[in-house]
Design a protein around this ligand. Structure first.
Ligand code: 26V
Length: 832
C-alpha cells in the first residue's frame, strides 16, 4: 500500500466563512440553564430531574465545548486569512489535568455557569470533581506542553499541538502495605467530553517491509519503501482555550486503528479470528503511555509509538500546507516544528522521506527544507535518559528511515571533516551512529536536523553547551540558546488558588492574568501589615484544605498551625526525596531526645515511581515505613508528621501547592534541567529550600537571596568532587546525626519485622559511591533547615518574604517562555 491509498476528506475548505460563530446563546443565566438542560436531554439522553452529578458535568462540558468549537473556527479562519507562519508542537506527552473550570474561567463563563448550576441544584465544584484528569504525560515535560498550549492560545499565537490519544494515561498509584501498586487509568471510561472524534481524518502509517532500489527514466537512483505493514492513525481534536483572547488552539491526538486491508485479507481467507487478532495488535500502538521518564531503551512498541505519532502528524502538516496552495519549497516559511525532546526525532528522517520519495525532491533540497523547519528542546542531561535506538530494530521496523539517517550522517560528517581536519576522534563523538553499541543517537539527529536547540533554564543550557553537546557547540555555537521554562498563572494561581487570586486582584487589578510581570506591583504591599494578615489568612485556609486532603488520603491529621513542608514530583534518586527523609528522621530523633526548640512541622511527600525503578519504589516504601513510626509515636504527636500522599497528579497539585509553606527543590546541582514545581510553589507564596540547580538559580536571582533558602554544593563543586574521588563514608562518619539516621534505616528500626528491607538504599548511599551526593550535602541542608525553622517562627517576616516571592515571579510565566520562543526561535507573531 502506498501513502495515498486511504481516501481523505478532512478539513474541507469552507464554502462560506465567518458565519460559524454565535450559534449558542450563553448571555444570561437563563440562557445557560436552557443550554444545560437541552444538552442533557439531546446529547446525554437523561432528564434533568434524574441527572447525576456526572451527567451535569457532561452537560456543562458539552455546552462549553460548543462555544470553544465556534471560537476555534473563528481562529482557523483568521489563520487562513492572515496566511501566517504557524508553530507545530510535537510532544509524546500532555499532562493537562481537568478542563471544566479552566475553560469556564478562560471564556468568562465561570460565574454564570456556577450560578446556573446552583439554580439547578448543583454545586459546580462537586460536579467538576467527576472529571478525570487527562494524564497523558509523566511529569515536567508533559505539564510544560500543557502550559505552552495555554499560553499560545492566550496570546493569540498561531499554534497547533500534536500528540497521542493514549487509552491508558499515567497509571493510578495506590499504596498497599506501604508500597506503590500501579493500576490502569481508565480515564475514557465515560468518554472524554472535550474531544471531537474525526473518523474522516486518517492516515496510513507504515512499518517493516524492505527497500526496493531502481533507476528512474532519468537514470537517477530511486529507493522506495515497499511491502510494508500498515496501521491507520485517526485524529481526535481537543480545543485548548485561550484566556480572554477568543482564540482556541487545537490539540490533535492520534489513535491507532487497524487498516481495512488487514480485515479484507483475512476475511477473504475466512480467517475471522486472525483478522481480529491483528486488529488488536495494531490498535495496541496508542494503548498506553510509557510511565518511565529516564531509562527505557529498546522497547519496540515505544519506538513504534514514536514513529506512528510522527508520521501521522507530518502527513497532516503537509496536507494542510498543500491545501493552502503554497509550494513545499516554502514549507519553512509557513511551518515551524518544535520537537519536545527527542521523542519525536524520527520526524526529521520522515520529512526527508516524504519530500524525496513522495514529492520527488533531491536529497539536498529536501535537507535544506527539513533543517530549516525543525527545532529541538532538550529536557534532560541524565545520560540514561538520552534516547538511542538499536540499529537492528530500526532496520527491521523502519528500513528507509535508517537508510536516510545514514545518508544524513554521511553528509554531516563530511562537513565536520572540513571544520575539524585531521581530528578523527571528534568524528566518532559527533556521529549519529554509536558504532560500539550499534545504536543511533537521537539527540545528535535532532541537533543536526534543527535550526535551534534550546535548554530549559540558564544553568541547564550552559551545561548542555559544556557537556553533552560540547563538540556540536564548537561546530555551530549559534544553534544553542536558552529558553527558561515557565508555568501558566491561569491554572497555577487563578484556578488553583482563588483566595490569593482575589486578594491580588483587589490590590493591583487583574492584568497579572495575562501579563504576570504586572504582579510586581504587589511588592509595595509587603510591608503593609493589614495586607500581610489577609495574605496569611488565605494561606491558612489553603492549609486547611490541604490538611483535609491529607486526612482523607493518608488518615493522618495535620494542624494548620504547623509548618507545611512539601516535596511533590516524580520519585527519582537525583531529586533526593531521601535527603528530605534523612532530615525528617534527624528531627524525629531530636524531638525524642527532648529537644523542644523545633517548631511543629508536617512533611508531605508525593510522586510516582516508574514501575520498573527498583530504588525509587524502595524510597516510597521507606517513606511510608518511617511515616508509620513517626505518626504513631506519642512523643512527637503534634510536633512532627509525615505523609506520603498517594496518586500525585495535576488535581492533587492544585491542592498541595497553595497549601504549602516550604517548597523542597533539592536535586543534586547539575541534574534537574529546570523544574517547574519550584515556580508554582513560589507563585503561591511558599518559600523555597533549594539547591543551586535548574531554574532555582534564576528564582533566587529574581526574589533575592534573603527570600530563599539555598543549600548544598554548586554544579561545579559536584563535578569537581566527582573528578577528585568522592568519599561518602567520610561525611557519614563526621556527622553523628546523619550516621544515626542512616543506621536506623539500615538496621531495621522502622521495619523490625524485616530488618534488611533497605539494604539496597544503604548500599547506594555508602558502598556504591552515593552518586547524587546526599552525604556530602546533608550538613548544609540540615543547617539551612534550622534557619527555616527559626524564620518560620517570625510570622511577620515570613509572610513578607512570601509576598516578595509572589511579586517576583513575573518572569516564570509560560507566557514569557512562549514570547521567548516566538521571538528567538519560531519567528512568529500573534494573530491580529
Ligand atoms: C524521557 C523518557 C526516556 C525513556 C522513554 C520515556 C521517557 C519519557 C519522558 C522522558 C523525559 C524526561 C525528561 C523530562 O521530563 N525532563 C523534565 O522536563 C521539565 C520541563 O522542561 C523540566 O522542568 C525538568 O527539570 C526535567 O526533568
Amino acid at each position: 500500500m502506498t501513502d495515498q491509498t486511504v481516501p481523505m476528506d478532512q478539513d474541507i475548505q469552507p464554502a462560506t466563512s465567518g458565519d460559524e460563530g454565535d450559534l449558542i446563546a450563553l448571555d444570561t443565566i437563563d440562557d445557560i440553564k436552557r443550554q444545560l438542560k437541552s444538552y442533557l436531554v439531546h446529547n446525554v439522553g437523561v432528564s434533568p430531574s434524574y441527572a447525576s452529578q456526572r451527567d451535569w458535568l457532561y452537560a456543562a462540558a458539552g455546552v462549553v465545548r460548543g462555544l470553544l468549537s465556534e471560537q476555534y473556527m473563528n481562529t482557523a479562519l483568521r489563520e487562513r486569512e492572515q496566511d501566517v507562519r504557524r508553530v507545530y508542537y510535537l510532544s509524546l506527552e500532555y499532562l493537562t489535568g481537568r478542563s471544566l473550570i479552566k475553560n469556564l474561567l478562560d471564556t468568562g463563563l465561570y460565574e454564570k455557569v456556577r450560578q446556573a448550576l446552583a439554580e439547578l441544584g448543583q454545586d459546580i465544584e462537586a460536579v467538576s470533581e467527576f472529571e478525570y484528569d487527562a494524564a497523558l504525560g509523566n511529569g515536567g515535560l508533559g505539564r510544560l506542553a500543557a502550559c505552552f498550549l495555554d499560553s499560545l492560545a492566550t496570546h493569540s499565537y498561531p499554534g497547533f499541538g500534536y500528540g497521542i490519544r493514549y487509552e491508558f494515561g499515567m497509571f493510578t498509584q495506590r499504596i498497599e502495605n506501604g508500597e506503590q501498586v500501579e493500576h490502569p487509568e481508565t480515564w475514557l471510561r465515560y468518554g472524554n467530553p472535550w474531544e471531537f472524534e474525526r473518523p474522516n481524518i486518517i492516515y496510513p502509517v507504515r512499518f517493516r517491509g524492505r527497500i526496493a532500489s531502481y533507476k528512474d527514466d532519468r537514470g537517477q537512483d530511486v529507493r522506495q519503501w515497499v511491502d510494508t505493514e500498515d496501521v491507520i492513525a485517526m485524529a481526535y481534536d481537543v480545543p485548548v482555550s485561550g484566556h480572554d483572547s477568543g482564540v482556541v488552539t487545537k490539540l490533535r491526538l492520534w489513535s491507532a486503528r487497524a487498516t481495512r486491508d488487514f480485515d479484507l485479507k483475512y476475511f477473504n481467507q475466512g480467517n475471522y479470528i486472525d483478522a481480529v487478532k491483528d486488529k488488536t495488535i495494531s490498535e495496541n500502538l496508542s494503548k498506553v503511555l510509557y510511565p518511565a521518564d529516564t531509562t527505557l531503551m529498546g522497547q519496540e512498541l515505544r519506538l513504534m509509538q514514536e514513529y506512528f505519532f510522527v508520521s501521522a502528524s507530518l502527513q497532516d502538516i503537509l496536507a494542510r500546507h498543500n491545501r493552502s496552495g503554497h509550494s513545499l519549497d516554502k514549507l519553512p516559511e509557513k511551518v515551524c516544528i518544535q520537537l519536545n525532546d527527542t521523542h519525536p526525532s524520527l520526524a526529521i528522517p520522515e520529512l526527508m522521506r516524504l519530500l524525496i520519495d513522495q514529492y520527488g525532491y533531491s536529497y539536498e533540497k529536501a535537507w535544506d527544507i527539513t533543517s530549516h523547519t525543525f527545532n529541538y528542546t532538550n529536557h534532560t542531561l541524565l545520560p540514561e535518559a538520552l534516547e538511542t535506538w538499536p540499529i537492528a530494530m530500526l532496520e527491521a521496523l523502519l528500513p528507509r528511515h535508517l537508510d536516510l539517517i545514514y545518508k544524513i550522517n554521511f553528509a554531516f560528517l563530511q562537513q565536520v571533516k572540513i571544520h575539524f581536519p585531521g581530528q578523527p576522534d571528534i568524528l566518532s563523538r559527533l556521529s549519529l551512529v554509536d558504532d560500539s553499541h550499534r545504536r543511533i543517537r537521537m539527540a545528535h539527529l535532532c541537533v543536526v536536523g534543527s535550526s535551534h536547540v534550546n535548554g530549559v533554564a540558564a544553568l541547564h543550557t550552559d551545561l548542555m553547551r559544556i557537556n553533552v553537546f560540547a563538540d556540536f557547540n564548537r561546530l555551530t555555537p549559534e544553534k544553542f540558546i536558552n529558553v527558561t521554562n515557565g508555568v501558566t498563572q491561569r491554572r497555577w494561581l487563578l484556578q488553583s488558588n482563588p483566595g490569593l487570586s482575589s486578594l491580588i486582584t483587589e490590590a493591583i487589578g487583574d492584568r497579572w492574568r495575562t501579563d504576570l510581570l504586572a504582579i510586581k506591583e504587589l511588592e509595595k504591599f509587603a510591608d503593609d501589615t493589614g495586607f500581610r494578615d489577609r495574605f496569611a489568612a488565605v494561606k491558612r485556609a489553603n492549609k486547611v484544605r490541604l490538611a483535609a486532603l491529607v486526612e482523607t488520603r493518608c488518615g493522618v491529621r495535620f494542624s494548620p498551625d504547623s509548618l507545611f513542608d512539601s516535596q511533590v514530583k516524580r520519585i527519582h534518586e537525583y531529586k533526593r526525596q531521601l535527603l528530605n527523609l534523612l532530615h525528617v528522621i534527624t528531627l524525629y530523633n531530636r524531638l525524642c531526645d527532648g529537644d523542644d526548640d523545633i517548631h511543629p512541622r508536617n512533611v508531605i511527600i508525593a510522586g510516582k515511581s516508574a514501575p520498573g525503578y527498583f530504588l525509587a519504589k524502595q524510597i516510597i516504601h521507606l517513606i511510608n515505613d518511617v511515616a508509620q513510626v513517626i505518626n504513631n509515636d506519642p512523643r512527637t504527636r503534634g510536633r512532627l508528621g509525615l505523609a506520603f500522599v498517594p496518586n500525585y497528579n495535576v488535581s492533587t497539585a492544585e491542592i498541595v501547592i497553595p497549601g504549602t509553606d516550604l517548597s523542597e527543590q533539592i536535586s543534586t546541582a547539575g541534574t534537574e534541567a529546570s523544574g517547574t514545581g519550584n515556580m508554582k510553589f513560589a507563585l503561591n507564596g511558599a518559600l523555597t529550600i533549594g539547591t543551586l540547580d535548574g531554574a532555582n538559580i534564576e528564582i533566587r536571582d529574581a526574589v533575592g537571596e534573603e527570600n530563599i533558602f539555598i543549600c548544598g554544593m554548586t554544579a561545579e563543586g559536584v563535578a569537581e568532587m566527582r573528578a577528585h574521588g568522592y568519599r561518602p563514608w567520610d561525611f557519614y562518619h563526621n556527622n553523628p546525626a546523619l550516621k544515626r539516621a542512616v543506621d536506623m534505616i539500615a538496621s531495621g528500626f522502622f521495619t523490625p519485622d524485616d530488618p534488611h528491607r533497605y539494604q539496597a538504599i544503604y548500599d547506594t548511599l555508602l558502598s556504591h559511591g552515593d552518586h547524587y551526593f546526599l552525604m556530602a550535602d546533608f550538613d548544609s541542608y540540615a543547617a539551612v533547615q534550622d534557619q527555616v525553622d527559626k524564620a518560620y517562627r517570625d510570622q511577620g517576616t515570613w509572610v513578607r518574604k512570601a509576598i516578595l516571592n509572589v511579586a517576583n515571579m513575573g518572569t516564570f510565566s509560560s507566557d514569557r517562555s512562549i514570547h521567548d520562543y516566538a521571538k528567538k526561535i519560531w519567528n512568529i507573531s500573534s494573530l491580529t
